[in-house]
Design a binder for this molecule. Structure first.
Ligand code: PLP
Length: 378
């Protein structure tokens, strides 16, 4: 047997301490970081199972829902998104996707890959989804089975009126799939009050946890739809019928090896949110949004999204004429250890995105962002 030579000159990895003011991941609270380093225990250990039950309760509080089927999918937000689509869409089903940024585009991909027939309601990037356009599309397509939209479009910072969009879907007899990746924990997400049927988020935005978990919640109507499927869910890993054997109310049988330490961290991050109180967390995001807005506007920067439709946790501004966009971000990172976000798709090179998510949403981060940007632009 001849072994390949071992890689040389590799030492332990120690990342720098950055101030994270981009579109996610956000910074983690020291208590959440500490939770990650606790001992590994088995995924069927009764102590672990007790933690899972608490985690589901904490998620129900965060999502403001009584849905029994509320749990974190093992995988990033994209896996939560895909879990919703692969379970609810069957071949030939008509799905209306409202697209006003990058992530609506991903929903279209999901519908098509699941064999659905997609009707796209387009809105300009930076605008919220127009309820009238959805109402018109539902009228033109009365056989629509699902309406899907992004509540908080991270690519632009636009917030859509989830309550109205879900009500329109319901009136037309369609289920709703809601992307709450960037909204959960930062702005009100009222799952039961809105009547959302399938909703997903991600651990690394306003929940300030390690990336790689996607909290989801499903209504009774959504579960009934999954149970009534004529065909098997084409993804074995994401099939809710199978995942429930592990995360369900009564059963606890092996489905996949749960990312235990990440789940400890999510438990701690959600506990922090419960200790602060959801309304206080939402108010904190709004307060610091007003502070960063005042500073950015004082520098002459213009917001991408009009007032009234802006997300406090995602502040997108146009890059001034003649400024080398990427160079500014490079200098912020190199000179100030500060990460901010770039534009995506048609907005690449044209905007900067200042995230204010979860534990990153604090006065010192706002002050650093404004002073560092001011210094680089001067
Ligand atoms: N949906 C939205 C609105 C997002 O902002 C993101 C990530 O930024 C995703 C979905 C995908 O989440 P993840 O990157 O965790 O897979």
């Amino acid at each position: 047997m001849t072994l390949l030579p071992s890689p040389k000159k590799i030492a332990s990895f120690h990342p720098p301490l950055r101030t994270l003011m981009g579109p996610g991941p956000s910074e983690m609270h020291p208590r959440t970081i500490a939770a990650l380093g606790q001992p590994v225990i088995g995924y069927l250990d009764p102590i672990f199972v007790g933690m899972m039950e608490e985690l589901k309760d904490l998620l129900r509080y965060t999502y403001q829902t009584k849905n029994p089927l509320t749990f974190p999918v093992s995988g990033p937000g994209s896996v939560g998104m895909e879990t919703c689509f692969v379970n609810l869409v069957e071949r030939g089903d008509k799905v209306i996707v409202c697209r006003n940024g990058v992530f609506g585009g991903r929903m279209i991909e999901n519908v098509e890959r699941a064999g659905g027939v997609c009707v796209v309601v387009e809105d300009t990037w930076g605008e919220p989804v127009d309820p009238q356009k959805l109402a018109d599309a539902l009228k033109a397509h009365p056989d629509t089975k699902i309406v899907a939209f992004v509540h908080a479009e991270t690519s632009t910072g636009a917030q859509s009126d989830a309550k109205t969009l879900i009500a329109l879907a319901k009136q037309a007899g369609a289920l709703s799939i809601v992307d709450a990746v960037t909204s959960l924990g930062g702005t009100p997400v009222l799952t039961d009050e809105w009547g959302a049927d399938a909703i997903y988020s991600a651990s690394q935005k306003c929940l300030s946890c390690t990336p790689g978990l996607s909290p989801v919640s499903f209504s009774e109507a959504a579960i009934a739809r999954v149970k009534a499927r004529k065909s098997k869910v084409q993804s074995w890993f994401m099939d809710l019928n199978l995942v429930m054997a592990y995360w369900g109310e009564t059963q606890r049988t092996y489905h996949h090896t749960a990312p235990g330490n990440s789940l400890y961290a999510l438990h701690e991050a959600l506990l922090l949110l419960r200790e602060e109180g959801l309304e206080h967390a939402w108010a904190r995001h709004q307060r610091h949004h007003l502070a960063i807005k005042a500073g950015l506007e004082a520098m002459g920067l213009k917001f991408v999204v009009r007032e009234g439709a802006r997300l406090p946790q995602m502040n997108a501004v146009h890059v001034p004429e003649g400024i080398a966009e990427a160079e500014v971000r490079k200098r912020l990172l190199a000179e100030f250890n500060l990460e901010i976000g770039a534009g995506l798709g048609p907005l690449a090179g044209k905007i900067w995105r200042f995230g204010l998510m979860g534990y990153s949403c604090k006065a010192e981060n706002v002050m650093l962002s404004l002073s560092a940007l001011g210094s680089v632009l001067s």
